[in-house]
Design a protein around this ligand. Structure first.
Ligand SMILES: [Zn+2]
Length: 293
């Protein structure tokens, strides 16, 4: 990935090395709100994946914050433009930047309680913030068969920011209303696949503006999209994939959704609404594949 044309976002906070106390995720709806924002549908701890380095001290003197700030900078540019296009049909909604917090081991959020690294990267709607422990990407590559390449990491950040876009556009609220109903998992899948699609939309427009994709980058993102499908994760856990328990989408559908966004860049409300109107096949836990054409 070549980010030489990107400017750093000022919305990244580096809390790596800071100790977060807690151990308990905020009661009530806090846990659910948080879980909807995850890349994964499972507790990574069950895979033997544990967030890394709990050593206290200042953030490491590396270039990681700069990398993340540049990725977020491209995301902010793309979504500011998309919200400003009247042809997208968002009405008068203005894009408001999300914040991103880097942490190690565990983090105190501003609305979703305490979260350990085990939950993987997530977006907390209550404080409009993406939380990321970078050691996650080592685990993603080593234990799940994903890629820790830069573009793959950017895809994950763009997916989490996709949840922010969904929060601003009201799609998250549609899913909230299905909580604790029989359609809870179905709506979670609709939301997660849409977040993958929104990550693809970012890649399409970001490439036009910043020309950041380099050979091998797309393959890295594809490898990651496949590795975080519900079916693949259950296989890694040594369990038979059980579609009724899926809540993020199968590997094939996650990949199809990301690549559809990447191929078309279509962020119209009409297209985004389709994620909530196409048929859902409860037997396979898949959305009508016509959605990705
Ligand atoms: Zn997600």
């Amino acid at each position: 990935m070549d980010l030489s044309g990107a400017t750093e976002s000022s919305n990244v906070e580096d809390r790596r090395g800071m100790k977060a106390t807690g151990g308990v995720i905020a009661g009530g709806g806090g846990l659910l709100v948080l879980i909807l924002g995850l890349v994964f549908g499972v507790d990574l701890n069950k895979l033997g994946v544990t967030g890394g380095g709990g050593r206290e001290g200042p953030p490491p003197a590396d270039n990681y914050k700069t990398f993340v700030a540049k990725v977020l900078g491209t995301i902010e540019t793309v979504w500011k433009n998309e919200f400003a296009k009247t042809s997208n049909g968002y009405g008068n909604k203005r894009y408001e930047n999300a914040k991103l917090v880097l942490f190690t081991s565990g983090v105190n959020t501003g609305g979703c309680g305490f979260a350990p690294s085990d939950v993987g990267p997530f977006y907390c709607p209550a404080d409009k913030t993406i939380y990321l422990d970078p050691s996650f990407f080592n685990e993603l590559e080593q234990k799940l068969g994903g890629s820790k390449g830069e573009f793959s990491q950017a895809y994950v950040i763009a997916h989490e920011n996709g949840h922010h876009v969904q929060n601003l556009l009201g799609y998250s609220a549609r899913v909230d209303s299905k909580r604790k109903t029989r359609q809870e998992n179905e709506y979670s899948i609709r939301l997660e696949l849409q977040a993958d699609y929104l990550a693809g939309v970012w890649a399409y427009h970001g490439q036009k503006q910043f020309n950041f994709i380099r050979p091998g980058d797309i393959d890295d993102a594809i490898k990651t999209a496949k590795s975080i499908g519900d079916d693949r994760i259950m296989q890694k856990m040594g369990r038979k994939p059980w579609p009724e328990s899926f809540n993020h989408g199968t590997a094939d559908q996650r990949l199809a959704s990301f690549t559809a966004g990447l191929r078309t860049g279509n962020a119209t409300k009409q297209k985004l609404d389709e994620f909530f109107t196409v048929a859902f096949d409860a037997h396979s836990a898949e959305l009508d594949p016509a959605l990705f054409r």
